[in-house]
Ligand binder design. Structure first.
Ligand SMILES: [Zn+2]
Length: 512
């Protein structure tokens, strides 16, 4: 007779999300792995005296969500500092900053994640807006995409002389308070937390991830002690989240010298890809487009020009790394795919493009031919709605064709879903993918869930150990309060997570 299970989740509507998607009633777990997926009756034979049995009361059980593109420190910052995401108006964003200022005595007042397009506006927060928020204390509000930030007069006083002039917006010679690109980095470095502070942020973010059913993330890391914090938490057996660290190109030499290659690491913390930017963003008008922006008439800017990108790709490949490049505009995506095309086997290396928001049919075909992973954010469809950010910046035609997730799937492109933490939340992304305006942008519920589990796992060479509910896989699971197949598609984002299990341990239970 088989050894008894440590944990049995029974009376569930199990969707394996394997190919084809199968169903079952119960899952048995031993030593952190799934040992049986079957009827409640069959799985019942694995119940021993020490087995914990959880009755899921008919709820949907899925593989834990894998978010293929996160900035966990950013999630933590919004939990700890003022969270400006979802503010309904400029005034509400400013109120949230004021409230934050009242809860702390000194130092910078920080807000994260504002998006003026949600207020039906196009103007960023300015020095004038922020000067009234916190007396003479410095204030900064970061835009959602982190490509721009707004400072008050006291904030500018502290940091202006460290910023490149081209990254500081001015009107009649006076700084407006808006700074972009490299100057945002200046603010971030000046405000960077120490290791203890970062540990607090990452633990808050980890807890939030569990509430949302996330059991694994691909975290984008640059110039922070995050890799060390993750490994400390792992060694203390307190991480409870699988973290694949994608290191910035700045770190390539150090990571390679330390003997790391992609996929090296523990069950919880692994070395991922080497990551680079190519262009900016649509919100900031800096994505690299073949046709001009509808509003500014510009065609974007290279953050890392194509020739330099090619060098990085070659160096990373030589050192044994998967490569991933942020590329948003069609010109940036084309250049990135060109760089990958020069690799020996881009499909085997699972090189990735992050975002890929403005694509053409040809680019979709090239993704498929090369087998390059499209690491996309279905939540960005929120900007493709009528009167949204894309329409202003890109015009109606490119808006309808933006983030063509349906076309990518149909072409057979390996598809990984992630949030880019705008906001963190797989079910929000699934709802956006299922309800997207055009058929080229849309996918079905099962396909969306698969891209947020198996697809994201594949993008991290992890499909052998996570991403489906199958025997032998890690016991990383999520139980939902309602079925995403049964509710109105526009209510999918509102489905609560009932329970999250990582490594066979219940790490979150909704007692609300
Ligand atoms: Zn990102």
């Amino acid at each position: 007779m088989a050894a008894p299970a440590d944990l049995i989740l029974t009376n569930a509507e199990v969707h394996t999300l394997a190919d084809p998607d199968g169903t079952a009633e119960a899952v048995a777990v031993r030593d952190g792995r799934i040992v049986r997926v079957d009827s409640a009756y069959e799985v019942g034979f694995l119940e021993g005296v020490g087995t914990e049995v959880i009755d899921c009361e008919g709820r949907v059980l899925l593989p834990g969500f894998v978010d293929a593109h996160t900035h966990m420190d950013a999630v933590g910052r919004r939990l700890v500092h003022a969270d400006l995401s979802g503010a309904g108006s400029r005034a509400e964003a400013l109120d949230r900053l004021r409230l934050r200022a009242e809860t702390t005595d000194e130092g910078w007042v920080r807000g994260y994640g504002y998006d003026e397009s949600e207020w039906g506006e196009t103007d960023y927060l300015t020095r004038g807006d922020l000067d009234g928020v916190a007396g003479d204390r410095p204030v900064v509000a970061f835009r959602e995409d982190l490509h721009s930030a707004s400072l008050n007069a006291a904030g500018l006083d502290e940091l202006l002389d460290r910023m490149e002039a081209r990254n500081v917006h001015r009107e009649g010679g006076r700084p407006t308070g808006v700074v972009v690109e490299g100057a945002v980095g200046t603010v971030q470095s000046a405000l960077a937390p120490d290791r203890e502070g970062l540990r607090d942020l990452l633990e808050s973010a980890r807890d939030r991830a569990h509430e949302l059913g996330i059991t694994a993330v691909h975290d984008m890391v640059r110039g922070t002690p995050a890799p060390r914090v993750y490994r400390e938490l792992d060694r203390a057996d307190e991480l409870d989240l699988r973290v694949r660290i994608n290191y910035w190109t700045d770190h390539l030499d150090a990571v390679a010298e330390a003997g790391l290659v992609s996929n090296a690491g523990s069950e919880f913390v692994r070395c991922g890809a080497i990551k680079s930017f190519t262009d900016g963003s649509i919100g900031s008008g800096t994505a690299k487009l073949t046709e001009p922006f509808a509003d500014s008439g510009g065609r974007g800017t290279w953050v890392v020009p194509p020739a330099e990108l090619r060098e990085w790709v070659e160096r990373a490949e030589d050192a044994g790394f998967q490569f991933t490049a942020h590329a948003i505009g069609d010109e940036a995506v084309a250049e990135t795919l060109d760089a990958f095309a020069e690799c020996e086997d881009p499909a085997a290396a699972r090189h990735r493009v992050e975002h890929a928001e403005v694509l053409t049919d040809e680019l979709v075909e090239r993704f498929a031919e090369l087998g390059v992973v499209a690491s996309v954010q279905p939540n960005f469809h929120k900007w493709a709605r009528e009167g949204g950010l894309y329409e202003t910046r890109l015009g109606p035609e490119r808006t309808r064709a933006s983030n063509p997730i349906g076309s990518l799937l149909e072409a057979g492109v390996p598809l990984a879903f992630g949030s880019d933490t705008m906001p963190l939340g797989p079910l929000f992304g699934v709802e956006q993918a299922v309800t997207a305006p055009s058929p080229e942008q849309r996918v079905g519920v099962t396909e969306a869930l698969r891209a947020y589990t198996y697809g994201a796992a594949y993008a991290g060479f992890d499909e052998g150990r996570m991403g489906t509910v199958e025997r032998g896989k890690l016991a990383d699971l999520v139980v939902l309060e309602a079925s995403p197949w049964d509710v109105d598609p526009h209510d999918i984002a509102d489905i609560d997570v009932e329970m999250t299990v990582v490594d066979g341990r219940v790490v979150y239970r909704n007692d609300g």
